[in-house]
Design a protein around this ligand. Sequence first.
Ligand SMILES: *Cc1c(COP(=O)(O)O)cnc(C)c1O
Length: 401
Amino acid sequence: MAPDTRYPHPSPLPEGEGVCTAWARAELDSLVSRGLKRVLEPLDSPQGPLVRVGDETLVNFSSNDYLGLAASPSVRAAAAAALEGYGVGSGASRLVVGDSTVHQRLEARIASFERSEAALLFNSGYAANVGTLQALVGPEDAVFSDSLNHASLIDGCRLSRARVVVYPHSDVEALERALASTPARRRLVVTDTVFSMDGDHAPLREIVRVCRAHGAALLVDEAHATGVLGARGAGLCEELGLCDAVDVRMGTLSKSLGGLGAYICASRPVVELVLNRARPLVYSTALPAALCAAAEAAVDIVEHDEALRARLWRNIRRFSAGLRSLGFVAEPRSAIFPVIVGEPERAVAAARALRARGLLVKAIRPPTVPEGTSRLRFCLSAAHTEGHVDLALEGLRSLNL
Ligand SMILES: *Cc1c(COP(=O)(O)O)cnc(C)c1O
């Protein structure tokens, strides 16, 4: 066999440098040269409209805590009580001895909130998507996935080892053509309902229609819709009256619900199958009871505090109107507003300029968004005041984008 000339015999490493360190240094240099290196920036305060970063107090426009529940007194009190009653760690996966009555109660509460036959908890939205996809479909099956779906859905598609057909963003005709031309044992369509980097909605009614017409199942990710859309905050499915028409609805406890974890809502057989098969559930320690109790308190607030959601929507409409008066396309569809600036370095510079005006808005760059669409991603919260919203608009005006 001819030797592989792509990989010449390794040259000796520089003095004192490990092999892996040399790999990392080369990759990091490449990220820096393309303006794509990311760094951590620790807060020294709870989530909220105002956060402490170093010795600055900044108005926070990058949090997914849309209803300001991450630091809410009643949510904290529920967590603290469960912390006292059940301790910190859950000790094992739920299928071993990590399950508790607190977990069971939260699942029942979520099922009632989502008007679903059953619900199943996961430790994160990422784990929910990866675990559910891998539990429902396999190598003989096909998954149809929107091109702008969240990375956790993309990774779930890959790990399922099903055939993956990516359809252009929200293009129902392309989806229908793909369904018509891709036979498989099982076919599953997956989509975000509110897209995480653009804030737009999936054309869910039409997607439900083509799934029915082609005998495909539908899984939707409501991460950015839970707490934001629907009369009781149960998401886009609730808003469109489609809760019963969608096979699996996934929501997170980590965004509007202010905590950590996630869930799927589905029929009892689907929940039982996923509980038996989803590797992130079977092989990972259960959520702490304190987080379950916090989520239970947060669901009560989301479902019953209509004034809170109304405050979020007042801010969304105010920001949308202000953006449009600055010449941006900015429909009020969700709490997410992208301001696309193009190249990563420009987005980072824009974020830095806003930072100098007391605004914390992170630049979002590839691979999180497509090349050439680096952006400032503004997230609004019910906890922002009109003054905070106006400060963001003033900041954007000053950028002259
Ligand atoms: C945030 C997010 C997730 C992941 O949820 P985590 O609880 O943060 O792991 C999944 N899907 C979408 C669309 C998201 O925005």
